[in-house]
Design a protein around this ligand. Structure first.
Ligand SMILES: [Zn+2]
Length: 392
């Protein structure tokens, strides 16, 4: 759900991006403000004024969400929690924290900073509203400030719901963490509440839709669905990280690697390797030394009549040092590397020598066995890729 998004700008060293879903949201917001909110607040409002107000309202909301996320990000920075960026997506923003917070206190302060900043914004817009509203009638500018007051108050209050991964859920997690001393336990409790709230909101959405409020019901249902999935995936990420915490690549890598000698021809490569083993890529070696890897795609670049005369060394891709890990590296970091490069196999190399391969499948196998033995988490490949992403 939290893709990379389009990069908008960088402020205080934080990259601000917007998820494609935000464009859909922006259109919906402008539409509902122009058709619903502003005509309801101002009697006899002209259509073009309503549209301009709606666009200004959407931009104000957008800026308010960025403000809220920066509050999280700046407090996180005070606690030396690295933040890779801020992404705006369908239901607000996400400040990407690279790691779990160092302490319950840090978690609490980082989480509470967002709603507090939104309440401060609401108060600021309320002051502007008071200044700009004159007499009985409401001016377009005052209507805009009334919307921004309202929306920031709603943003702060909604985020304070005690359901992970909302800010209130993080506050709750901090409390349980401080109380029990276990981040894992705290995550389980707050994620369970998050799932409960997600299901409840979805049910409420359905009730609204059935009783005639289609748009309102759809919104509530979508928010419920978002909370439900986000609570699940964040909880799983914490679980997985705990499980993989001390596991090194050498512990689960496959050391029976099929490697291709660099000096055979492409014809031999196709007949003896690609047709015989079901891999899309092979490491290429000379002796023990790794030269790179060769993919089926690389073979496709060579005209068929040259297969007998071209050597593998001539077509291998050597420039992918990013697809290499050391045996002593943490599996968690290897998973992040796979995610970042969008690959599911890494060559395990020590001082230039090929020691093995680490594949997404090995990782899933490890987790499946671990789950059988200890009731820990299992995971599918998309889930693994998802959790290797920055914390949402
Ligand atoms: Zn927040």
């Amino acid at each position: 759900m939290f893709g990379r998004g389009f990069h908008l700008f960088t402020l205080f060293g934080f990259r601000v991006s917007v998820d494609p879903s935000w464009f859909l949201l922006a259109v919906l917001i402008v539409w509902s403000l122009a058709r619903g909110y502003f005509p309801a607040v101002i009697e006899g409002l002209a259509t073009d004024t309503a549209i301009w107000l709606a666009i200004a309202g959407a931009i104000g909301l957008f800026a308010s969400i960025i403000f809220h996320e920066f509050a999280h990000a700046l407090v996180a920075r005070r606690f030396d929690m690295p933040i890779s960026g801020i992404t705006l997506f369908l239901f607000g923003g996400v400040a990407h924290l690279r790691d779990e917070p160092p302490s319950a206190r840090a978690e609490f302060l980082v989480a509470i900073a967002g709603p507090i900043s939104s309440y401060i914004l609401a108060a600021g817009f309320y002051l502007l509203l008071a200044v700009t509203s004159a007499g009985d009638g409401i001016t377009p500018l005052a209507a805009l400030f009334s919307y921004l007051t309202l929306i920031n108050a709603v943003l702060a209050t909604f985020n304070l719901l005690p359901a992970f991964p909302l800010d209130g859920g993080r506050v709750l997690r901090a409390a349980v963490w401080g109380w029990t001393g276990s981040l894992r336990r705290a995550t389980q409790v707050s994620a369970a509440l998050g799932r409960g709230l997600g299901v409840a909101l979805m049910a409420l959405g359905v009730i609204n839709i059935v009783s005639g409020d289609f748009v309102g019901g759809l919104w509530i249902g979508l928010i419920g669905f978002f909370i439900l999935t986000a609570a699940g995936s964040t909880a799983m990420q914490v679980e997985l990280k705990q499980t993989l915490k001390d596991i090194r690549v050498r512990d689960i890598m496959n050391s029976q690697v099929i490697a291709v000698p660099a000096d055979i021809t492409v014809a031999e490569l196709v007949d003896d390797y690609f047709y015989r083993h079901f891999h899309k890529a092979f490491p290429v070696v000379r002796g023990e030394q790794v030269l790179g890897s060769v993919r089926l795609k690389d073979v496709g670049q060579v005209p068929r009549e040259n297969w007998g005369t071209t050597s593998v060394a001539e077509i291998l891709s050597s420039g992918n040092g990013s697809h290499v890990v050391e045996p002593g590296a943490l599996v968690w970091d290897a998973l992040t590397l796979m995610k970042e490069n969008n690959v599911s196999r890494l060559m395990v190399v020590e001082r230039g020598d090929l020691k093995g391969m680490l594949t997404m499948r090995d990782l899933m196998h490890f987790l499946a066995v671990h789950r059988e033995l200890s009731g820990g988490p299992g995971a599918s490949e998309p889930e693994l890729r998802q959790v290797a992403e920055d914390r949402a």
